[in-house]
Ligand binder design. Structure first.
Ligand SMILES: C[S@@+](CC[C@H](N)C(=O)[O-])C[C@H]1O[C@@H](n2cnc3c(N)ncnc32)[C@H](O)[C@@H]1O
Length: 368
């Protein structure tokens, strides 16, 4: 566990009680504290909100002070002294201590008035070629806000991106459409790999907060507008006659798009709409990759059965889980006890899928 991985966790808003910390004897070393200071205090990345920063630095200071307390204890002194001895020989001596700049930053944060925060920046740093790529997102602090779940990045997205990053899942060449893109994490990640993506989600309706505006904002912040087109798409429109659907449906069925979707299988009431959408988009012979967090196995089973009766074959990928220790993308602990199931969906028979018949729709509704 390196100091840089702690920097990655800080920007990804890993809750302080979930942090994977370098051993205290390593982190207390002045050059490692300097690394934290440089890569956090002097970073050009947007900072997490003050509440998170306060909690983070309290945890770090507590952790370091604990090792110093043990240092003054004769039993442990020998251990830390061995580490320090080498440094003194290099002329870098003195007792280890918490850097003044860390204390001072924490004091400033503790002095801030406690204010209600609705949003925070969350940045994912990950290796891409010879560089470290960044995905910067403005996210809501609340898990569900204004009736939508689309203003936070969910575990299923991070896991799917991890497997695409490792090439354990490969998406066919050609354009991609993301359903329920939320904050845009996955679409931005794909754009950084030079893929052309249409990122879709709900637009504002009936006064509820819609993710589309945030999606557009996040795409702009990452400068991937050339590769990511943000477009409203409501799965409910799949039930309307073809001639009454918004123009995007025509565009998405004019040529094969690979469909990606993460954490869209969570509400049994949405499954018929989602599967009906997939049926229409896949009928031109394309593939979908759906990443689902298994909170309730019955919901996933219903989704798979609904796909199958609608002429969509479902294949579950057998994949290693993303390592918790130094993963490609740090999770924020939401759904930490749930596994992620990633599925490949393909049309089982082109002739069956090309018919958007009422009979098929009825079959799907029976599965509700
Ligand atoms: C749990 S969030 C997942 C967001 C994102 N894919 C992620 O993994 O971080 C579910 C997403 O599905 C979208 N959604 C829900 N119902 C929808 C519908 N009828 N049509 C289109 N998108 C919908 C929500 O707006 C939300 O962005």
């Amino acid at each position: 566990m390196s100091t840089h991985s702690l920097v990655k966790q800080y920007f990804a808003l890993v809750p302080p009680y979930f942090l994977h910390l370098p051993p205290p004897l390593i982190l207390i070393q002045p050059d490692n504290q300097e690394c934290l200071i440089q890569h956090i205090f002097q970073s050009s990345l947007p900072e997490p909100g003050p509440t998170y920063r306060r909690q983070f630095w309290r945890r770090i200071v507590g952790y370091l002070e604990d090792v110093l307390r043990r240092h003054t204890n004769e039993d442990d002194a020998s251990e830390i002294d061995v580490q320090e001895q080498g440094r003194e020989e290099e002329g870098d001596g003195g007792d280890p201590e918490v850097d003044e700049r860390i204390y001072s930053a924490l004091a400033d944060l503790m002095a801030l008035p406690l204010e209600h925060e609705e949003t925070s920046y969350r940045t994912f740093l990950y290796p891409l070629g010879d560089t470290e790529a960044r995905i910067i997102l403005l996210e809501d602090i609340a898990v569900i806000q204004g009736g939508t779940t689309g203003l936070r990045t969910w575990k299923a997205s991070l896991h799917l991106a991890h497997h695409i990053h490792l090439n354990t899942i490969s998406l066919p060449p050609g354009p991609i459409v993301e359903l329920g893109a939320g904050t845009g994490f996955l679409s931005i990640f794909l754009a950084q790999r030079q893929r052309e993506v249409i990122a879709t989600d709900l637009d504002a309706t009936d006064g509820r907060q819609a993710p589309l505006k945030r999606l557009q904002h996040n795409v702009g912040m990452n400068h991937v507008e050339e590769n990511v087109k943000v477009t409203p798409l409501d799965w409910a429109d799949s039930l309307r006659p073809k001639s009454e659907r918004p123009a995007v449906w025509e565009e998405l069925t004019s040529r094969p798009y690979t469909v990606v979707a993460a954490d869209v299988v969570y509400d049994p009431d949405l499954i018929p709409l989602l599967v009906s959408t997939l049926r229409i988009l896949l009928h031109v012979g394309s593939t979908a990759v759906v990443s689902a967090t298994v909170r309730n196995p019955d919901t996933i089973d219903t989704f798979v059965r609904t796909c199958e009766v609608s002429g969509i074959d479902v294949e579950v990928f057998r994949l290693d889980v993303m390592p918790k220790d130094d993963p490609t993308f740090y999770d924020n602990g939401l759904d930490s006890s749930c596994e992620v199931q990633i599925m490949r969906l393909t049309p089982s028979s082109a002739s069956m899928l090309s018919k958007e018949s009422e009979g098929q729709q009825e079959m799907m509704n029976e599965c509700k």
